[in-house]
Structures are given as structure tokens and as C-alpha cells.
Design a protein around this ligand. Structure first.
Ligand SMILES: Nc1ncnc2c1ncn2[C@@H]1O[C@H](COP(=O)(O)OP(=O)(O)OP(=O)(O)O)[C@@H](O)[C@H]1O
Length: 260
């Protein structure tokens, strides 16, 4: 079991109060999507959950233990974190980049044990990059590179996976491929959290949605409870309507509302 929780979590970045008094409990087997307008504090929350940002008040606990006090290798085995718009600095092959996900297990990328090779192969196949293993990762498109980095995070086989805007650079087909991977990962027992701006895809794939606005937690519930026309107006400043379809709903953004 890996339960991740924020308790009265506040984070100040320079002069900005990025997060204020967040109370949140996330559980295994659930795919949670964090939404909110630009600057709401989504990336800061994800980084704090990963133990990469020191809370100014409150705490982040993994199974009751403060993540900030875990040793980095232990934390990396427990929590795989993928930042927004990640880059690959060295001309390593796709297989070598994904194999870096095994480092927290003490496995060298060029000498993986069978279990490590299997984790790498499965992750590459899951993101639809079979056949790309020997390509230099620096010679890929932005969307291909984003999927390589997601595969690296998956290859870690951490029980917690935190990903910041995993579909931002992807074409429509690969948006669905990646969201299906994340959903399946959660259904297999992982605790999966992703930041997304596409509210319709968030509604379709998420088990639960966290809505942040100006550093505050506005809602944490099922998509249909969070993505209401009133909340879209209040938090995103848009007039929108919800179109109901068989098996789900579509968020149609009609126009920006005048700023208060
Ligand atoms: N290094 C920093 N120093 C000072 N303030 C920062 C820093 N990084 C972010 N902020 C501020 O903290 C707040 C939250 O930023 P954060 O990146 O978490 O927002 P976000 O919801 O992820 O936004 P976006 O949707 O634009 O990616 C914003 O007001 C931002 O300007």
C-alpha cells in the first residue's frame, strides 16, 4: 500500500504563496488528474508530493512518513516523478534513457538483470515506441521524447507515479495511448497522478479530479462533481457547458468571462 497525503501543506516560492493549506489523500489503484488555471500551483503541488519542494508549513506523507526525509534512492524507488517538458541532454539511445529508470534499484543501464530488461521493454512497448530502442533520444520529435521520458518513469516500477502534463506535446492518438497507459497502471494497483489542461480527457480518464485555484484546493471528487459549469466559471473564468454523451461528458468552453 502507498498512500500519499498532504497535510495542511503550504509552499512559498520567493514572494509567491504557491500553495495554501492543502489537505489531500491519494490512494493506490486510482488515477487522479490535477486541473486548474495557469499559476494555480499544480506543478508545485506535484513537486511537493514527490518530495522535491520543501513545505513552508504542513507536510507530505507517504504511508505516514515525511517524503522530504526519505533517502533519495529509496524515494526514487517509491515515487517516479516526471517533470513538465523534460529534455534529454545526452545522445543516449532510447533504450538507455529508459534504462535510467532502473538506477534507483542499483541496476546499471548497460548491465540490466533480466527483471530490469523486462521492465524497460514493457515500458517502451506501453508508450508505443517499440522499434525505437536504438534511436538517439536527442533525435526524436517532442512528442516521441515525451513518451521516452514517460517510459523511463514507468520502468522504475514505483508504486507512485506523478507526471506533469504528460500529453501536452502529443498528437490525438498518442494522447489516448498515454492516458490508457496511465489508467491501466493505476488499475494494476499504482497510485497515479497527472496534471492536465484538457478537461474533457481529464473527465473521461480520471477516477478523481483535484481542482486547484490560486494555491487553494477547491475540490477533490469524481469528474462529474468537480467539472461543473459554476466551477468552470469561478476557477477558470470561462463560460462553458457540459455536453452529456453516452458513457461520459464533454466540456465545451464557449467564451472567456470578463476578469473580475
Ligand atoms: N521559482 C519560482 N519562484 C517564485 N514563484 C514561482 C516559482 N515557480 C512558480 N512560481 C509561482 O508559483 C505559483 C504556482 O506555480 P505553478 O508552476 O505551480 O503553477 P501551475 O498551476 O503548474 O501553472 P501552469 O498551468 O502555468 O503550468 C505561480 O504564481 C508562479 O508564478
Amino acid at each position: 500500500m502507498s498512500t500519499l497525503s498532504a497535510r495542511s501543506l503550504s509552499v512559498r516560492l520567493g514572494r509567491n504563496q504557491a500553495l495554501s493549506g492543502i489537505d489531500l489523500t491519494l490512494t493506490p489503484g486510482r488515477f487522479t488528474v490535477i486541473v486548474g488555471p495557469n499559476g494555480a500551483g499544480k506543478s508545485t503541488l506535484l513537486r511537493a508530493l514527490a518530495g522535491l519542494v520543501e513545505p513552508t508549513a504542513g507536510s507530505v506523507l507517504l504511508d505516514g512518513r515525511p517524503v522530504g526525509r526519505m533517502r533519495s534512492a529509496e524515494r526514487a524507488r517509491a515515487i517516479a516523478y516526471l517533470s513538465q517538458g523534460g529534455q534529454v541532454a545526452w545522445p543516449l539511445t532510447v533504450a538507455s534513457v529508459v534504462a535510467l529508470g532502473r538506477l534507483p534499484h542499483g541496476e546499471a543501464p548497460d548491465a540490466l538483470p533480466p527483471s530490469g530488461s523486462e521492465a524497460v521493454g514493457t515500458a517502451i512497448a506501453a508508450v508505443g515506441l517499440g522499434g525505437y530502442e536504438d534511436r538517439p533520444a536527442t533525435e526524436l520529435s517532442g512528442g516521441e521524447r515525451a513518451r521516452v521520458l514517460l517510459a523511463r518513469a514507468l520502468a522504475t516500477k514505483a508504486p507512485v507515479l506523478l507526471v506533469d502534463e504528460p500529453i501536452a506535446a502529443l498528437d490525438p492518438r498518442h494522447e489516448l495511448v498515454v492516458l490508457e497507459v496511465l489508467k491501466a497502471h493505476a488499475q494494476a494497483g499504482a497510485l497515479v497522478v497527472a496534471i492536465m489542461h484538457n478537461l474533457t480527457l481529464a473527465a473521461r480518464f480520471a477516477d478523481e479530479i483535484v481542482l486547484l485555484d490560486r494555491g487553494h484546493l477547491q475540490a477533490h471528487a469524481r469528474p462529474s462533481e468537480v467539472l461543473t459549469e459554476a466551477r468552470l466559471a469561478q476557477s477558470f473564468g470561462i463560460a462553458a457547458h457540459i455536453a452529456h454523451e453516452a458513457g461520459g461528458f464533454v466540456v465545451v468552453a464557449d467564451r472567456p468571462l470578463p476578469q473580475a
